[in-house]
Design a protein around this ligand. Structure first.
Ligand code: SAM
Length: 190
């Protein structure tokens, strides 16, 4: 049976490179951050860099603990700010960016990602994405804000020029409340 998580990792891995740059737009407990740090690390000569954002200090603390205890290479910058402010912190093009929308597992469900910052954050991410780079955006439509986030992201991304980027959505259509994800691949400049 097709597993969406495996598919998600497959797309991501195709765009990550040793010495490259990646952004985790929703750090949470740091599992994606850790994956990205290890994937871009090419040794001391090419450590790569991962920028990770969250608005909750608890997420930064939890991620810092995970990265330190797991011996993850120290090629990361953890940022306690909203992801729509990415351009204030990231001043280089990045190869891969991950949004895992929703709330921090095991914490206050009211602190969930919201359309008012998610949509501007995706626009900002597209601007900073390197040609040939990828964005993966996981959506949880089983709660109301998640459902609306997915609808508005669909509307926004449907308007993007196919000459500039390819946009796809991977979803089990016979399970409408299950998580799904978007991929945005920016085309190489000619
Ligand atoms: N990828 C994470 C992991 O591996 O544990 C899980 C992410 S969790 C589903 C979503 C996270 O987005 C929460 O930790 C939440 O605090 C964060 N978040 C909510 N609004 C945000 C915003 N405007 N900017 C950055 N992070 C935000």
């Amino acid at each position: 049976m097709t597993d969406l998580l495996t598919l998600h990792k497959y797309f991501l891995s195709q765009h990550l490179r040793r010495g490259g740059v990646a952004v985790d737009f929703t750090m949470g407990n740091g599992h994606d951050t850790r994956y990205l740090c290890e994937a871009v690390y090419g040794g001391e000569e090419a450590p790569g860099r991962v920028y990770a954002f969250d608005i909750q200090q608890a997420a930064l603390d939890s991620t810092a603990r995970l990265l330190s205890e797991s011996g993850t290479p120290e090629n990361y910058t953890l940022i306690c700010d909203s992801h729509d402010r990415v351009a204030d912190y990231v001043h280089e093009p990045f190869d891969a960016g991950v949004f895992n929308l929703g709330w921090l597992p095991g914490s206050d469900k009211r602190v969930t990602t919201k359309r008012s910052s998610t949509l501007p954050a995706i626009e900002a991410a597209i601007s900073l994405l390197a040609p040939g780079g990828i964005l993966l955006i996981a959506v949880y439509p089983g709660h109301e804000e998640g459902r609306l986030e997915g609808e508005e992201i669909t509307a926004m991304l449907s308007e993007k020029s196919r000459f500039r980027m390819s946009v796809g959505r991977f979803q089990f259509i016979n399970s409408p409340t299950s998580p799904y994800f978007f991929i945005v691949e920016k085309k190489e400049e000619r």
